[in-house]
Design a protein around this ligand. Structure first.
Ligand code: HEC
Length: 123
C-alpha cells in the first residue's frame, strides 16, 4: 500500500517535470523564432540596384558580404565613389593606399549612376 503511494507521487512529480521541460522547449522555440525573424535590413531602391550589379559582376572575386575579404578581392564595404570610379579603370584615387598590392581586378565600364548605386549598396 505504502509503496503504491510512493509510485503515484513519483508519477505526479515526473509529470510536472515533463510539463515544465516542454514549456521551456516551446518558449525557447518561440524566442528563437522571434530573434531569427527580425526583418532584413531594408535596402533603398538605389542600393538594390547596386546589389544586383555587385552580385552579377563582383562576387567572382569579392565576397558576397562586402565586409569580408573574398577569394581574390579584399573587402569593399564603404568604398567611396572616387575609389569605385578609379577601380573600374584599374586605378586608385590619388593618395589612396590599396588594401592589396596586386593589379588583378577586371576593368568595368559602368555609368555614373551605376557607380552611385554600387556606392550606396556598399555603405
Ligand atoms: C577578377 C576579379 C575581380 C572582380 C571581378 C572584381 N574585383 Fe575588385 N578587386 C579585385 C582584386 C584582386 C583587388 C585588389 C587590387 C587588385 O589586384 O586590383 C580588388 C580591389 C577592389 C577595390 C579596392 C579595395 C581597396 O580598398 O583597396 C574595390 C573598391 C573593388 N575591388 C571593387 C570591385 C567592384 C565594385 C567590383 C564589381 C563591379 C569588382 N571589384 C570586381 C578583384 C576583382
Amino acid at each position: 500500500m505504502r509503496s503504491h503511494q510512493i509510485t503515484l507521487n513519483e508519477r505526479k512529480k515526473s509529470g510536472i517535470h515533463r510539463f515544465s521541460f516542454l514549456s521551456l522547449l516551446v518558449l525557447s522555440f518561440f524566442l528563437q523564432f522571434a530573434l531569427n525573424c527580425k526583418p532584413e535590413k531594408q535596402l533603398s531602391p538605389l542600393a538594390e540596384e547596386g546589389k544586383s550589379i555587385y552580385m552579377a559582376n563582383c562576387i567572382a572575386c569579392h565576397n558576397v558580404n562586402p565586409k569580408i575579404d573574398g577569394a581574390v578581392g579584399p573587402s569593399v564595404a564603404n568604398s567611396s565613389f572616387a575609389l569605385l570610379e578609379a577601380r573600374m579603370k584599374g586605378e586608385y584615387p590619388a593618395g589612396y593606399t590599396p588594401k592589396r598590392p596586386s593589379a588583378a581586378m577586371t576593368r568595368f565600364n559602368f555609368s555614373e549612376s551605376q557607380l552611385k548605386s554600387l556606392e550606396e549598396f556598399l555603405k
